[in-house]
Write a protein that binds this ligand. Structure first.
Ligand code: ARG
Ligand code: ZN
Length: 898
């Protein structure tokens, strides 16, 4: 059944207070729930609770209810007649955590017990109003065997604990903050703890506790430090302080997503907690910091103010992603972090927006909510929040946040409430901005510019929206789009300009700052389908190159008919790092498109001269951040290259892209070698005189390593055989430094056809057999290789002793990675499609969420050339015909089939 945003009805009954007693056992846990129910005015006589656990007992105001008093379906329980006055329900259920492989609700992992409730896991344990607008104060008693489950955790503060007879013990947790059931959590087991503390700006002492398996206890220092940074940052940048006496983080190896912000008791995928230099790369360290920040920031944006219903998910996720991005940017390398965010958005969200799964930031309907934890809700949602920030400035944005908390602390609200706070706090009209929440698809801006005889530079901008499955383009309205703009003259100098009043957009209070005084940059605010802006340079120019969408000021496609020379000028001189990087990306896209055309016509690819010269200059520019140079050397992913295209032959795109990489490797060989060597020396020089252990993570060293391996990746193409022999000989000495080096080397030689590559990978796997997170890296190397035997190696890896189809990290590492390995997933014989479909079918039987995630790999269906379209459709049709197909997978498959 489909749920619709427009079907929302306020609660007829509220449950503001809940007492839970969990008596734990791996196979037969009982849950006793005491629910204090308050009927609202005009509540109906019946009460329907969500739930599907085995019901053992049900009483109302102490009276046992006979079976005739209620009806049960697979999804809920309806009490036919309940009082109009407040009443108390006692509900006893029984569940089997060990048999639960969905990793939703209460489940076992490595002998310990963990919960995951968002969005609808709570209802698998007991019967409840399992929706986010029911906010309750929870008291949770946990009873368990003291030897098997020495640690017993839930939300809030520990208020009582002690021993019981027969080796049992108990703990009672009380969370004073009313919360929806999706924020409930329980953890029980044999866990090691790392303790620390944090003093808030108002002087309160908060205990910090990180729980892991004993063997992982030495790997939480970075996460612990990141948490303290996050707590301080939220105070200084947002004025938000932590509110409980204890903050707990639990790491678990079996987890469906990244992490979960349960009140006071965050539960994390081990991938985003555990990190040491020996087993985690610099990118992993950055991932830990950002996810630790993200979950911590949810305490205010998500928990204190939560969502009215699941359609509003981006209210908390878009905002919290924006906050974690800002946190990472303030910690280090703001420009680089911003470009990485744009890369992710374009690679995954733009692709989603152009697929049958396209949906607005606030979806209008869903079948399975788990399918809507998407790049659109998270990443595009964060861009929407960033646009408020761009329109209002930091001070205006913070005014909006302040009003948002003043109005809504302790409430479950909507995206419109957030927008209203931003508008009202700043006295601006953001009605049109609401379209960002309701219109799916990536807008396209077609921009043209001309320098008039009187010296004015005139920009004409046209915005269009594509058709999406939910809405045809003609039904969509023009959006409010901030376009941050600057002008450069023929010497690459940025020229200040004015904007005559007649050409300014009248959005009062928003940051359209170009007034009477000339300045270097402005935010043009589009509000119409077509608009013209007049910009008056202060100093006359021979020619003007506009720098548009600076900082990626809106999540749109932008077309401007730049010459290659203009792009090279921006790449060399633009003061906005995003715009500089984007100039290179445009040159890359052009070069790959030219290669594709050449391949199609059987002519040799042309040398991308402008691109090569521009890159040569940039790599050798000593003033440039090495991490930025590393980003400049990354060629757009295939999924980005396919945007706005039909009849795609994926293998041909890969071939065109590979040809470009080879051309770069050959033309820039000398510069790349020099860059790699310089970066290596800089990394080593950085060690001298420092107290820290050599090769630990620091942003500065990470930047040098990023450049080393971005270069090395290309260098490897120059003489494959020589490289593999050299690496083979020096592997241990090269890899010993830390995992970033080890991973960098292995990823670069991973495509080598020589058997030495296999031997190196086997050695790597043997060395780290007892490190599950490193084994994920091994499996992803196997699955991302361009070697011709890749599918066979992936199939063999399924039988590796460290592989398990039941572990989501393993599935993502091996099968998820394979599904992004373009030439093999899209193999012309259909073997890649058949393999992934088969795994979806197997995983569907026990973990529908993970199976549904894999099924998204097929969303290119309608845009493929006919041969592959047929092969893929066959697999999807077979899946759709399965009776046992979960609603999670079915929703995706049916949308793709259309
Ligand atoms: N709220 C969590 C976070 O973003 C993620 C929960 C994802 N849940 C899911 N069922 N996919 O931090
Ligand atoms: Zn989140």
């Amino acid at each position: 059944t489909v749920k619709h945003l427009t079907d929302y009805r306020p609660l007829a009954h509220r449950i503001p207070q809940v007492k839970l007693t969990f008596t734990l056992s791996p196979t037969a846990t009982t849950v006793e729930a005491e629910l204090h129910v308050i009927p609202q005015p005009n509540a109906p006589q019946s009460l329907t609770l969500d739930g599907n656990a085995t019901l053992l007992a049900l009483s109302l105001n102490g009276e046992r209810q006979p079976e005739t008093a209620y009806t049960q379906t697979a999804e809920n329980l309806t009490l036919h007649r309940v009082p109009a006055e407040p009443f108390v329900l006692h509900i006893t259920t029984q569940i089997n955590p060990e048999a639960n492989q969905t990793l939703n609700g209460l489940y076992a992992s490595g002998g310990n017990l963990y919960t995951q409730c968002e969005p609808e896991g709570f209802r698998t344990m007991t019967y409840y109003l399992d929706r986010p607008d029911n906010m309750a104060v929870f008291t949770t008693k946990i009873i368990a065997d003291a030897a098997q489950y020495p640690v017993l955790l839930s939300n809030g503060n520990l208020v009582d604990s002690g021993s019981l007879k027969n080796g049992q013990h108990y703990a009672v947790w009380h969370d004073p903050f009313a919360k929806p059931s999706y924020l409930f959590a329980l953890v029980a087991g044999d866990l090691a703890v790392n303790r620390s503390s944090f003093t808030t700006q108002s002087g309160r002492e908060v205990a910090i506790q990180f729980y892991t398996r004993a063997e992982d206890a030495g790997k939480v220092a970075h996460a612990m430090q990141s948490l303290k940074h996050a707590m301080r940052w939220d105070e200084t940048r947002f004025g938000l302080e932590y509110d409980l006496d204890v903050f707990m983080v639990v790491a678990v190896g079996d987890f469906n997503m990244g992490a979960m912000e349960n009140k006071g008791l965050n539960i994390f995928n081990t991938k985003y907690v555990l990190a040491d230099a020996h087993t985690a790369t610099d990118a992993d360290f950055e991932g830990v910091e950002s996810v630790i920040g993200h979950e911590y920031f949810h305490n205010w944006t998500g928990n204190r103010v939560t969502c009215r219903d699941w359609f509003q998910l981006s209210l908390k996720e878009g905002l919290t992603v924006f906050r974690d991005q800002e946190f990472s940017g303030d910690r280090a390398s703001r420009a680089v972090r911003r470009i990485e965010n744009v890369q992710t958005l374009r690679q995954f969200q733009f692709a989603e927006d152009a697929s049958p799964m396209a949906h607005p930031v606030r979806p209008a309907s869903y079948v399975e909510m788990n399918n809507f934890y998407t790049a659109t809700v998270y990443e595009k949602g964060a861009e929407v929040v960033r646009m408020y920030h761009t329109l209002l400035g930091e001070a205006g944005f913070q005014r909006g946040m302040k009003l948002y908390f003043e109005r809504h602390d302790g409430q479950a609200v909507t995206c419109d409430d957030f927008r209203a706070a931003m508008a009202d706090a700043n006295g601006v009209d953001l009605d049109q901005f609401a379209l960002w929440y309701s219109q799916a698809g990536t807008p396209t801006l077609d921009v043209s510019g001309s320098l008039k005889a009187n010296g004015d530079y005139v920009l004409h901008i046209k915005q269009t929206l594509p058709d999406t499955p939910d809405m045809p383009a003609h039904a969509k309205q023009p959006m409010m789009i901030p376009v941050k703009t600057a002008l450069f003259n023929e010497h690459g100098e940025q020229v200040a300009f004015r904007q005559p009043e007649s050409s300014q957009t009248n959005v009062s209070g928003c940051l359209n700052t170009a007034g009477t005084q000339g300045q270097p940059e402005t935010v043009l605010i589009l509000t119409q389908a077509e608009q013209t802006f007049v910009l008056q340079p202060e100093t006359p120019a021979q020619s003007i190159t506009p720098s548009l969408l600076r900082g990626f000021s809106a999540p749109v496609h932008l077309n401007f008919d730049y010459t290659d020379a203009q792009l090279a000028l921006l790449l060399a001189h633009d003061t906005d790092p995003y715009a500089r990087w984007e100039a290179a990306q445009t040159l890359y896209r052009r070069a790959i498109a030219a290669n594709e055309a050449a391949l199609a016509h059987g002519t040799p690819p042309a040398q991308p001269v402008a691109l090569i010269n521009a890159l040569r200059q940039a790599i050798s520019d000593a003033a440039l951040d090495p991490a930025f140079k590393a980003l400049l050397l990354k060629v757009p992913a295939e999924s980005e290259l396919w945007s706005e295209r039909e009849h795609i032959n994926p293998v041909q795109t890969t071939a065109a892209r590979e040809a470009l990489l080879d051309a770069l490797a050959h033309s820039l060989h000398g510069e790349l070698l020099a860059a790699a060597l310089n970066a290596r020396e800089a990394e080593q020089a950085d060690k001298r005189g420092k107290q820290i252990a050599v090769y630990e993570y620091t942003p500065e060293d990470a930047a040098q390593r990023a450049l080393q391996y971005a270069s090395f990746n290309l260098i490897c193409r120059y003489d494959e055989q020589a490289t593999i022999e050299q690496v083979f000989e020096h592997y241990d000495e090269m890899a010993r430094k830390n995992m970033t080096h080890e991973w960098g080397i292995l990823s670069a030689i991973n495509h080598n056809p020589d058997d030495k590559r296999n031997q190196l990978l086997a050695r790597f796997a043997a060395k780290f057999a007892d490190q599950p997170l490193v084994m994920d890296k091994y499996f992803s190397l196997i699955a991302s290789s361009r070697r011709s035997d890749t599918l066979a190696q992936v199939q063999a890896a399924l039988h590796h002793p460290q592989f398990a189809l039941t572990n989501p990290n393993k599935v993502r590492a091996l099968i998820g990675t394979f599904a992004r390995n373009t030439p093999y997933f899209h193999a012309a014989d259909g073997s890649g499609y058949a393999f992934v479909a088969q795994k979806i079918c197997e995983i569907n039987a026990f973990n529908p969420q993970i199976a549904a995630g894999l099924a998204r790999a097929f969303n290119l269906l309608k845009r493929l050339e006919p041969h592959r379209q047929n092969l893929m459709r066959n697999e999807l049709t077979k899946l759709a015909a399965m009776e046992s197909l979960s609603k999670d997978v079915r929703e995706i498959v049916e949308k793709i089939l259309g």
